[in-house]
Design a protein around this ligand. Structure first.
Ligand SMILES: Nc1ncnc2c1ncn2[C@@H]1O[C@H](COP(=O)(O)OP(=O)(O)OP(=O)(O)O)[C@@H](O)[C@H]1O
Length: 348
């Protein structure tokens, strides 16, 4: 299997800022890349250029040795051996489930026993064998999405492009569908690129997460890496829960901060008029699971305590006006003053 490579990829629709600006990325072979970022950051445009529905205005797209597109020429979508799954499923209402799934084979001139076998395998993978003769109108949203997945699998594509495929499903179904996607990825061996707004979904499914903002690629890393060591405030604010504090740190401080360094910085931050000579104000990301109750901690005020089922989410404030998110296994009344320690932080 070849590698999909985006090389200084740019798309300018001529309406001000380029929709996609100088994006370079080598997608891991047979990887599952989640493309994440706020609305309008260019995710769908990247996907559409890979699929062949848009042509780059600069840069190029390669699959192994093959150049798929650049500003001068572009291979049409049907020549790329890719499949795209949309948020809207895009099923034919007048065809049965089996006919929908088998449609791409029909277009390629495959019929008879070969057609039935491949459609049967694809339906089995998404657990829809018993629904083969139904029409899409008689299916739930999750089942329709599984039909769309089976249709995409049936042609054994090299690359599968998914544009917010779970956006129309409720939370419970999304969880169940994540499992289907995982199985689909393992079985198909395809490289998958998955556009989503939902960072939890991205973290749960992807081998790699790429974060975009305003047309630019900010960071590509494994979910664990991007969670622990985000490249800056935009990525840090987008991935996972946490608080970004402005803390006076010594110049050239480590990026990974422990409690002694954090304690010093917090002490300075909360003392009005304290001298921070030799220090610079830095953005520090602190995850809620890094904040613990501890007798030798810094006293903070619990502003709110919200029950989330498996735990309580606390909103803490400390002198100086900054706020911090934390978790607790027990309820703590709003207004309580409680000492907390912070076991770690990441300088953004
Ligand atoms: N055909 C087009 N003509 C002009 N501008 C476009 C076109 N398609 C997209 N854009 C612009 O390009 C930018 C990126 O759009 P894109 O759809 O790629 O973002 P996105 O990150 O997928 O957003 P969302 O998450 O809301 O779907 C937006 O500012 C959008 O308005």
């Amino acid at each position: 299997m070849a590698q999909l490579i985006l090389n200084h990829l740019t798309k300018d629709f001529g309406s001000g800022r380029a929709a996609v600006s100088d994006v370079s990325l080598a997608v891991r072979k047979q990887g599952f890349l989640a493309l994440l970022g706020p609305s309008g950051c260019g995710k769908t445009t990247v996907l559409r250029m890979i699929a062949g529905f848009e042509q780059p205005t600069d840069g190029s797209i390669h699959f192994g040795e093959r150049r798929l597109a650049d500003a001068g020429r572009a291979l049409p979508p049907e020549k790329r051996n890719m499949a795209m799954v949309f948020q809207s499923y895009a099923l034919w209402p007048h065809m049965t489930v089996a006919e929908n799934v088998g449609y791409p084979l029909k277009v390629r001139g495959i019929s008879g026993e070969a057609w039935r076998t491949r459609v049967g395998e694809a339906l089995a993978l998404v657990k829809l064998t018993d629904f083969a003769e139904r029409r899409p109108a008689a299916l739930s949203g999750g089942q329709r999405q599984r039909v769309a997945l089976a249709r995409c699998l049936v042609t054994s594509p090299d690359v599968v492009l998914l544009d917010e495929p779970l956006a129309n499903l409720d939370q419970h179904l999304r969880k169940a569908m994540e499992e289907t996607f995982r199985a689909f990825h393992e079985r198909s061996g395809a490289t998958m690129i998955y556009v989503t707004h939902d960072q939890a979904e991205a973290m749960a499914l992807a081998t790699d997460v790429a974060v975009m903002s305003e047309g630019r690629l900010l960071q590509v890393a494994s979910p664990a890496e991007i969670y622990a060591r985000p490249a800056g405030c935009v990525v840090g604010g987008l991935i996972g829960r946490g608080s970004i504090l402005g803390l006076p740190l010594p110049e050239g401080a480590e990026r990974q901060l422990g409690w002694p360094a954090l304690r010093q910085a917090l002490d300075l931050a909360r003392r009005k008029g304290a001298s921070i000579e030799g220090r610079v104000l830095a953005d520090v990301l602190i995850r809620p699971e890094q904040v613990h109750r501890g007798a030798d901690g810094i006293t903070m005020r619990v502003s709110s305590c919200v029950f989330e089922g498996e735990r309580f989410a606390l909103d803490l404030s400390f002198p100086g006006g900054q706020r911090l998110k934390a978790y607790s296994s027990v309820a703590i009344g709003a207004g309580a003053e409680v000492p907390f320690i912070i076991s770690g932080g990441w300088r953004l």
